[in-house]
Design a protein around this ligand. Sequence first.
Ligand code: PLP
Length: 469
Amino acid sequence: MNNKQAKLRSLPKVDESLALLKSYPEIKTIPASLMKKAVREIIDLLRQKVLQDESIDLPEDNDEWAALFLQKLQELNRDNYRRVINGTGIVVHTNLGRSLLSQSSVDKLVDGAMHYTNLEFDLVSGKRGSRYSLVESIICDITGAEAALVVNNNAAAVFIALETLASGGEAIVSRGQLVEIGGSFRIPDIMAKSGAQMVEIGATNRTHLYDYENAITEKTNMLLRVHTSNFRQIGFTSDVSATELVELAHKHDLLVMEDLGSGSVIDMSRFGLPVEPRVQDIINAGVDVVTFSGDKLLGGPQAGIIVGKKVHIDRIKKNPLNRAMRIDKFTLATLESTFRSYYDIERACEDIPTLRMISDAPETIKKRAQRFLRRFKKKYQRAMAVKVADTASMVGGGALPEYMLKSSAVEFIPESGQVTHLERRLRALDIPIIGRIENDKFLIDFRTVQDHECLEVADIMAECLNSFS
Ligand SMILES: *Cc1c(COP(=O)(O)O)cnc(C)c1O
């Protein structure tokens, strides 16, 4: 009789284990189906482990088994999708949900979720209405465009615009703009899928107006510009401005489309950042169709916004794919409220969290870090070195990739070799704290920690690190 079989036989039965758990108060509010799942998963896991290696230790008594089950239950019973603390300093962090919404957007979101709305009901005529008409005029006011349409995200916006306006013909694009944005969105691939024939021109680093001109044939229907977003070319480079391209295109009766990516509607240089063309500037230059994201520099919900000349936007609206990419009522509510903020630019800069975080002065961030540290030190009972230090954060979301914003971090300096362990512990919390590791230190950048979160984060961290070893 070998050890392995004895061990396998000693594994508890599911029913016995469920009975055992009954005496633990922690399980009171937990659904029976989840309890069964937790118990099964633990027993299966240990069975696999014994099969692989008969020398592993199994729990020795009921309490040890219960502890394992309860830990698993806690894991299964907490939401998979939940709040985290962004201590990375990256404001538009795609993996952490990009933009936070303004208070007015959140209020509208909740209101629209709890009540019926006029989503597709025209309150004037009493007849069926269009969801898009609720935001179109506001988007036009802010961007200066004649017409607007919103779809699920900017990738969808680029696709449906190309599919409507360029499929079956040739679209000319500079080799320097054939970019890949994260998550496998690549301009050449999206063009191929849309049915537009891509005509690449220029060299990687330099494209001239005559490159476009020489490539125009009777099959051409579009000149496409793409914002290079998350990558920059430096050195011996040149490309063609929107104005020049528009002049050339219109001379040949072609249209110009621009995928602007982040698409800010305010001048970022007011925050001391490098100048980025605003959506209005591109529209003013005469570009026929412009697409951009709702949740990057605009600071709203995930959406793809298409603005431009009415004739083209009308064609896109009629594309049957439009229905497949339509936005839901939550996006509509928060997008309207985000755009509304921009009627008063000063208010937008205060109300829209993405803009507020990008524009926060280094001294403001430092004060936040210091406030955190004072509270942390009050609650923390051990000896790890912790201090406020200068750091640099980034805008993120593919905007201004090379630009660093002066910021402040709190640095945690655990014993050598412990920093990855510490990082993992903080990531495993109910409200995970996501920071970054630099030179064996763990950093929390306070640009992206909200004012109202500061003390809470200090408490959570102190509690976690008081038991850190
Ligand atoms: C981000 C980006 C996209 C994709 O936008 P999503 O809103 O993430 O779908 C497309 N093009 C450019 C240039 C971008 O920067």
